[in-house]
Design a protein around this ligand. Structure first.
Ligand SMILES: *Cc1c(COP(=O)(O)O)cnc(C)c1O
Length: 392
């Protein structure tokens, strides 16, 4: 089955849904049984991750549909849904480490992931080191005897470095460590990290998979070897994912490939326009041929989504505010991956520890939505006039 067909078909079960196209929303806590023997049979299977209906928190057919669909798209043995993307990152790390272990995290990682590592994880006796996202096989020099996990995010959602996942995975596996990737930027339609050698692929389903800015959800897809530790952690943490959010996300998934194709087309038009602007120093978007990550992106990805960074020659908080606050079609807000365009200031300098970020701040982070790109470009053009006026 080709990818676009999978997006439509994956997770479908005519039998499970009595012929209805979409799996209904099961609102469930208690599930009742006729006999003790049945209860004793289903329980252990459900706890092991089998798709057996036992208790609402462990999932219902509503959840299984999305789990199977994401697994089909991402590869791997199965997918665990989580209440948010942050919860997916946390589950992955907590599932892979114990006291005395060491974790390597990309310097470009999403900030809450770093907060977990520098906070809770440190308190629990797990040490974190941060690495240059462009390190590739050079990560060997940072691996310790007790390194259990390398946590990647590629491209970084503020700084957009593309990582050499096969090279990192080769080193990590030789040293007995697992590799996890936050794959939210690409989604499983544009990148399949497990095919590149990763053990665990994470999605903030909140972004492109849901795609409509109306649900918060995460997903962790893993190989058969990596799954048991993750299942143990998810049971201990007591994560439960609301069935309405699951339903919305499955519904969003069915249009994921058409939406991403348009995000990509619009984003490329905007990126090419931005790149020639006198105010712009560099556009951080790996699909651009002169982006430093372009070769790796071309090798490992099947497309580019709508999120990009913009470095400015000259900027100030007031000038960036003048640009951002006057936008007509770009809304000011976090999160991304919905149908709408967004803009926000970006200032990664204080977050980074392994490789200093030396660009003028604040830069911009744009999410290019599904509007007509001509409107978006006209909006940005007026924005740059406001930026320049506020700088003199
Ligand atoms: C948004 C985001 C998350 C977190 O997702 P939530 O659902 O908001 O918790 C994790 N990783 C990346 C790269 C993100 O952009």
């Amino acid at each position: 089955m080709k990818k676009d067909t999978k997006v439509i078909r994956a997770g479908h079960s005519k039998k499970r849904n009595a012929g209805v196209v979409n799996t209904p929303v099961y609102h469930a806590s208690t599930v009742v049984f006729d006999t003790i023997a049945q209860l004793k049979d289903v329980g252990p299977r459900a706890l092991k991750g089998e798709k057996a209906l036992f208790y609402g928190r462990l999932g219902t057919p509503t959840h299984w549909t999305l789990e199977e669909a994401i697994t089909d798209l991402a590869g791997g043995a199965d997918t665990i849904l989580t209440p948010s993307g942050v919860a997916a990152c946390a589950l992955t790390i907590l599932g892979c480490v114990k006291a005395g272990d060491h974790v390597l995290v990309s310097d470009s990682a999403y900030e809450p992931t770093r907060k977990l590592c520098d906070g809770l994880l440190k308190d629990f006796g797990v040490e974190t080191g941060y690495y240059d996202p462009c390190i590739g096989g050079g990560i060997a020099a940072l691996m310790r005897e007790n390194t259990r996990l390398v946590f990647c995010e590629s491209p970084g959602s503020h700084t957009f470095e593309v990582q050499d996942i096969p090279a990192i995975a080769k080193v990590a596996h030789a040293r007995g460590a697992k590799v996890a990737i936050d794959n939210t930027w690409a989604s499983p339609v544009f990148c399949r990290p497990l095919d590149l050698g990763a053990d665990i692929s994470i999605e903030a389903g909140t972004k492109y998979i849901c795609g409509h800015s109306d649900a918060v959800i995460g997903a962790v897809t893993a190989t058969a070897e990596a799954l048991p530790d993750l299942r143990r952690a998810v049971l201990a943490l007591g994560y439960a994912v609301g069935p309405d959010d699951v339903y919305l996300t499955t519904r969003g998934l069915r249009t994921l490939s058409v939406r991403l194709a348009r995000h990509q087309e619009n984003a490329m038009k905007v990126a090419l326009w931005l790149k020639d602007r006198p105010e712009v120093k560099r556009v951080l978007y790996p699909a651009l041929p002169d982006d430093p990550g372009h070769a790796l992106w071309k090798r490992d990805f099947q497309g580019a989504s709508g999120l990009m960074g913009v470095l400015l020659h000259r900027t100030s908080p007031a000038a960036a505010a003048a640009l951002i606050e006057g936008m007509e079609f770009f809304a000011l807000g976090f999160s991304w991956g919905g149908f709408e365009s967004l803009i926000a200031p970006s200032a990664p300098k204080t977050i980074r520890t392994a490789v200093p970020w030396t660009e003028a701040e604040p830069g911009l982070r744009l999410h290019i939505g599904l509007e007509d790109p001509a409107d978006l470009i006209a909006d940005l053009e007026k924005g740059f006039a406001r930026l320049t006026a506020a700088l003199v």
